[in-house]
Design a protein around this ligand. Sequence first.
Ligand code: PEP
Ligand code: MN
Length: 385
Amino acid sequence: MSTQLDTLRAEIEELSLHLLQTLNRRAHRALDIAREKQRLGAPLRDPYRESQLLDRLVQNNEGPLDAPSVRAVFRGILDASVTLMEGRRQQGLRVGAAAGPAVGVTVRGHTIGGAEPIYIAGPCSIENEDQLEAAARGLAALGVRFFRAGAFKPRTSPYAFQGLGDRGLRLLRDTAARHGLLTVTEATSTDNADTVAEYADVIQIGARNMYNYDLLRAVGRTGKPVLLKRGFAATLDEWLNAAEYIALSGSERIVLCERGIRTFSRETRATLDLSIVPLARAASRLPVLVDVSHAAGRRDILTPLARAAFACGAHGVMVEVHPDPDVALSDGEQQITIEDFAALQRAVREGLFELAAALAPAAPQRSNGEHVSHVARLAVAGGQS
Ligand code: PEP
Ligand code: MN
């Protein structure tokens, strides 16, 4: 090789290193700007200023790079800055992992996100006194603490059963009280958020309302624990920001709940995205649950889904249980009987014992040690039937 080429290459390398230093100095300034913008409550991105900057660069360009190349290179630099600023902002969220250690959500002495595996079970909708009483009695006898049932139902069809509203809330409160159960029920509007807070132990925000920021603020203001479902097409970032709205408004007792996302697959009602469980646990301080019923939309695969949810780190699962699913007024095709729920609980426990036993001798101290101990802890905490 010619020494001339070597010299030129060395110079290019030197210039690149120099450029890198300059780019990182620029990135530091961008972070300073981001902090100031956060203080002022201003948006991170300012397209008007970006466009002005690109024009100015092109006007001052002496070549040989042409104008489109200058624009493309600086567009890349601007995008990298925004990615950096957004990353820092997410790390700065109150609900984000960097804000402190993971927090369990304790509701009248019972913790979601602690050592005990949690089941939130109950019918899709509150239909009548007998239905609710049978569900509550059956589930309480199985050791379930958190009883779910909807009074305000966000239905796809406006002609479908819309729920019993306030009357349903009263029925739920009274029935749960008779059996020592804690209640989880959905608020669907800023109009019913305060009433739901008055009657329920945990306010649910449904998938359809994850982006309803007025509602998120309204439930946050009640100071009650909130179970926040993931929207059908929500990214982790959007989900955590929805939680941040609640936290900023006054309630930091928030539980995340994956409930399936929309994909091309038609075999299930939604596609259960289990990848989000470890990702949400790593990115946030909040407990993470999995609603297997709304993800599957069918009865026959709930047990393996629940097992998988626990195995990959979920703190609990939500299951729709109805005393007689065939006559349910909503989501009948996915609700299971109390007997089938008992079998699911048993099968999940046994599955976790098997998994813990299979994994533990292999490498309990290695990188999967945490995973193994999570599974073993859940298996033991669940007790043997
Ligand atoms: C529900 O849990 O009752 C419900 C409607 O779920 P999602 O919002 O996840 O569809
Ligand atoms: Mn339902």
